[in-house]
Design a protein around this ligand. Structure first.
Ligand SMILES: [Zn+2]
Length: 273
């Protein structure tokens, strides 16, 4: 089974606008391979042989919690179709400035969702800021998985301060037993070589979503080929990478005996599916 632990699509009413807006903001440095809709996401998953994908919704404002919750429920209930129910694993999101943040985390866990997505740049916080640690302690207590953007974001040129490997390490030293997926190979992009390596000892998982244009860089190739097998999760960041090309890239770097774990086994264990 192949599970993609990092993917995106948007409700139909905003998908085209969202993808166009993001494409414009990054000035053509990256082109989406899909149109941002659920139907297109499902078509790619089926065509490329991906069994399940974690949908990373991001609450860019505190008030968005309810909207994201409704969408996640619609996916899970089958309201968005049987294909969506079967293949999409919706993650929720909370905003650190939400005064109801901890209660919302309780609600996410009580409803049986597996985890949440956070993005420090979109949500304006830093992982090494003690003010956000109670939120992470709550996430750890509830046993939720947190899938967090790490490192450079092409939409925030020049920013390296909020969620690089160093900030992830500070967080994981203070908040124990956190099921933390450090996206984009732990945020290696723009940071010194080997800076993500200590995250493995701190219990982090990393996901393999890397900008396609960086697939031939030494550090991403080194990390994918050498990280401990049980700590690395296949991911695409679809529609910002092609699923089938991402599978090929990871397979080219990883010994075949590791494929079961990297492409699905680790994710199944982490997500309890
Ligand atoms: Zn992403």
């Amino acid at each position: 089974m192949i599970i993609d632990v990092h993917s995106h699509h948007f409700p139909d009413s905003i998908a085209v606008r969202a993808i166009a807006g993001m494409s414009h903001a990054i000035e053509g440095l990256l082109w989406p391979v899909g149109d941002g809709t659920l139907a297109n996401h499902l078509d790619h998953l089926e065509h490329d042989g991906i069994d399940k994908a974690v949908l990373c919704q991001i609450a860019t404002k505190p008030a968005q919690f309810e909207v994201l919750l409704r969408y996640a429920e619609a996916i899970r209930s089958g309201e968005m179709g049987a294909r969506a129910r079967e293949r999409i694993i919706p993650f929720l999101s909370v905003h650190p400035d939400d005064t109801e943040c901890l209660r919302h985390l309780d609600e996410i866990a009580a409803r049986g969702f597996k985890g949440i997505k956070l993005h420090p740049y979109y949500q304006n916080f830093r992982l090494d800021d003690p003010q956000v640690w109670p939120m992470f302690e709550k996430i750890a207590d509830l046993g939720l998985v947190v899938q967090c953007h790490c490192g450079y974001d092409i939409g925030y040129p020049g920013r390296y301060d909020a969620c690089g490997p160093k900030e992830v390490a500070v967080l994981l030293r203070h908040v124990k037993n956190l099921k933390f997926i450090a996206a984009h190979l732990g945020g290696c992009d723009g940071h010194p070589v080997h800076s993500t390596d200590e995250l493995a000892d701190l219990g982090a998982y990393i996901d393999t979503s890397v900008l396609m244009r960086h697939w031939h860089y030494d550090e991403p190739m080194r990390i994918v080929s050498s990280w401990p097998t049980e700590r690395i999760l296949f991911a695409t960041d679809f529609p910002w990478s092609s699923c089938s090309e991402a599978v090929r890239w990871v397979k080219s770097l990883r010994d075949q005996r590791d494929w079961d774990a990297v492409f699905g086994g680790n994710a199944r264990r982490l997500l309890g599916i």
